[in-house]
Design a protein around this ligand. Structure first.
Ligand code: ADP
Length: 453
């Protein structure tokens, strides 16, 4: 019993490092607010860790959009090609036909030419399967990496994130790279009308059903958000009238070191072992690509000091990415038997006692709770800014959300909501999960673009 007590104490003192007090969450909220202001102003944009990139999307859909559109969705685990048919509500609303294609790592991390040739090959395959070769539909390209846009159909890649590193793309216009790849393909043409961040696509897609939807949020492989900002506050774009959707690129929040006080040695280790050390620091505290890794490093430490697994870490536990974030979802599910938690850990070659199982569960809970609270603090910063922009005492706003971590984790979404309630008490925030958000959103943006043209 004394040994058990000592183990519990070791666990608690380690997990205390990851505890976020309301006071600290307020600090994170205030820090993000400051980075937002810096990113929006022309003079300070370059020193902000959140780039606050203008999207050239000026309103959410009004429901009068019609037509057939192609959409591409590149930005995470899978690449998708979609045919999106936007009809009137009476004719059934939006219909989507899509195919998923994989982007092998050697393509994601190869040359830009290889990557874009692969993309075009997939589009040709899709059009052939849909019996629509020769048709040249307007295309919306959801491309979920930071891009500096100067118009709706031009986006200069700022940097790769989330495991992509194809050469000769950073600093280039991604739409141009796609058009050049199309030219290399014979008897084939495309009409690219918009490049769209997935956050913006998600907001637009939810905005089609809910006119209050003025924020888009992603918590999947990575994390990011966008929202409708007043043009007069957007120093990086000419014009004062109306609003524009701003892609915050909040994954990079903290890349200037401002989040250091809230980071643990485990976060530093995960960052150092990633393909982009020092970058996307906020994302590395929150999203699906990293939570499993944070847990794995904590478990390694606990095993190393003899608190867990009789002091023995297995080779699997010592291997990068062998503890995926979906394990957190499973281990934290309500009503899961201890036996099932142990089964997962035994799969990893660990010798697990009953007590080990319970402690691992606590580690998972603390890591995902911290992620959800940080995400909530960031959402609070955004909705509070919208409220202040409009000088409202009370703001009603909807956040369109996508991402597997948000959707499938048993407690994450609830904890985000609770945090927002505490940190933004004057905002009444509804979270709306998007379906096929980035594809549908890209098509709606293409529709608006075509109508304007
Ligand atoms: P993307 O963000 O790449 O477009 P997703 O939204 O599907 O795609 O997110 C994929 C991420 O979700 C992966 O990094 C994975 O770790 C995480 N994930 C997959 N399944 C689950 C799950 N059941 N619970 C929590 N996270 C999950």
């Amino acid at each position: 019993a004394a040994r058990l007590f000592a183990q519990r104490q070791q666990l608690q003192s380690l997990l205390n490092q990851l505890h976020m007090s309301t006071e600290n969450l307020c600090k994170v909220q205030a820090l993000l607010r400051r980075e937002m202001e810096l990113g929006l102003a022309k003079e300070t944009n370059v020193i902000a860790s959140t780039r606050m990139l203008p999207s050239y999307v000026r309103s959410i859909p009004d429901g009068s959009e019609r037509g057939d559109f192609l959409a591409l969705d590149l930005g995470g685990t899978n690449f998708r090609v979609l045919l999106v048919q936007v009809h009137s509500q009476e004719q059934g609303g939006v219909h989507i036909f899509s195919e998923v294609y994989s982007i092998p790592p050697q393509v994601a991390q190869g040359t830009g030419t290889q990557l874009f040739d692969h993309i075009v090959t997939c589009i040709v395959d899709f059009q052939t399967k849909q019996g629509m070769m020769g048709q040249k539909l307007p295309l919306g390209f959801t491309f979920s990496f930071p891009c500096k846009q100067t118009s709706l159909d031009q986006g200069i890649l700022v940097r790769w994130t989330k495991g992509f590193s194809a050469s000769d793309c950073v600093g280039k216009d991604v739409v141009q790279l796609l058009r050049e790849a199309v030219k290399r393909q014979q008897h084939f043409d495309l009409d690219v009308v918009a490049i769209v961040n997935d956050t913006v696509g998600t907001m637009m897609s939810c905005g089609y059903d809910d006119p209050n939807c003025e924020v888009g949020l992603i918590v999947g492989t990575g994390t990011n958000a966008c929202y409708m900002e007043e043009m007069q506050n957007v120093g990086t774009v000419e014009g004062e009238e109306g609003r524009m959707c701003i892609n915050m690129e909040w994954g990079a929040f903290g890349d200037n070191g401002c989040l250091e006080p809230f980071m643990t040695t485990f976060d530093q280790t995960v960052d150092k072992a990633s393909i982009n050390p020092g970058q996307q620091r906020f994302e590395k505290l929150i999203s699906g690509m990293y939570l499993g890794e944070i847990v794995r490093h904590i478990l390694l430490k606990l095993a190393g000091q003899g608190t867990l697994f009789r002091g023995q870490a297995s080779p699997a536990l010592q291997t990068k990415d062998l503890f995926p974030t979906k394990f957190l979802s499973v281990i934290e599910s309500d009503g899961l038997a201890q036996r099932q938690v142990r089964a997962i850990l035994e799969e990893l070659g660990l010798r697990v006692s009953c007590e080990d199982g319970m402690m691992v569960r606590e580690v998972c809970q603390v890591v995902s709770h911290r992620a959800a609270q940080l995400c909530g603090a960031a959402v609070a910063a955004v909705v509070e800014k919208i409220r202040e922009n409009r000088a409202l005492e009370q703001l009603e706003v909807t956040v369109g959300v996508d991402g597997t971590l948000y959707k499938l984790h048993p407690h994450f979404s609830q904890q985000v909501k609770e945090t927002v309630k505490v940190l933004a008490p004057c905002c009444s925030v509804t979270f709306l999960q998007s379906e096929d958000g980035s594809g549908k959103g890209a098509a709606l943006i293409a529709a608006v673009a075509c109508r304007a043209a």
